[in-house]
Write a protein that binds this ligand. Structure first.
Ligand SMILES: C[S@@+](CC[C@H](N)C(=O)[O-])C[C@H]1O[C@@H](n2cnc3c(N)ncnc32)[C@H](O)[C@@H]1O
Length: 193
């Protein structure tokens, strides 16, 4: 049995993840997160829990051209992400990894993105993941998160989860509702300078 909660809850539901998440309103949520991130050309950008790669594919479509890396523990989701990026001609590196144990040296990313992923983790896993974000971000680098309200195993995501892991300048930057998802929130935070 997998030691992570896959994108659609059960491994055999993965083929339905893209159509269902599109129907549920993930596209708008991704656009809002990318607007917030305000990425600049050449930045090194990591998405933790990239799943089938929809956020990074949307980033590649809208530009600017960044150095994009996505990690996820699910090899089946990563295969879909690679196929999708290949078809779109987007250069995105996808690697199998857990957010709580990132295979990267410290300080190598300007921006980390997390979309609809943190609610898959329990409280300890979420804390490990956020501490890893602090480690791999350059000093002053930024984290941008979109996640569901009240779906986490630990309840709604709150700013304290970010500060507790060592992030600074934590803010709730927006809230939205998506059909089927219910409410979601957008957050930003930074690694200490
Ligand atoms: C709902 S999907 C979101 C995928 C994508 N970010 C999006 O916005 O469409 C959540 C993803 O988190 C991944 N995940 C679960 N546990 C994880 C962990 N410990 N580290 C990294 N990713 C994880 C799942 O495999 C799944 O692909």
């Amino acid at each position: 049995m997998a030691d992570f909660v896959p994108a659609a809850g059960k491994p055999w539901l993965l083929p339905l993840y893209d159509p269902l998440s599109r129907l549920a309103g993930a596209g708008r949520l991704h656009e809002r997160l990318l607007e917030q991130a305000g990425l600049r050309a050449g930045q090194r950008v990591l998405e933790i829990g990239c799943g089938t790669g929809n956020l990074l594919a949307a980033q590649a479509r809208r530009g600017p051209r960044v150095v994009a890396v996505g990690i996820d523990p699910d090899p089946a989701a990563l295969r879909r992400a690679r196929r999708k990026a290949g078809r779109a001609g987007a250069v995105i590196e996808f690697r199998q990894a857990y957010a709580g144990d990132l295979p990267f040296a410290g300080g190598g990313f300007d921006v980390v993105l997390s979309s609809l992923m943190l609610h898959h983790l329990d409280e300890a896993g979420r804390d490990r993941a956020l501490r890893e974000v602090v480690r791999v971000l350059r000093p002053g680098g930024r984290l941008h998160v979109a996640d569901l309200d009240g779906h986490g195993r630990w309840g709604a995501l709150a700013p304290g989860a970010f500060t507790g892991a060592g992030l600074v300048e934590v803010a709730v930057t927006g809230r939205g509702r998506a059909w089927r998802f219910g409410g979601y929130s957008l957050f930003t935070a930074a690694a200490p300078a």
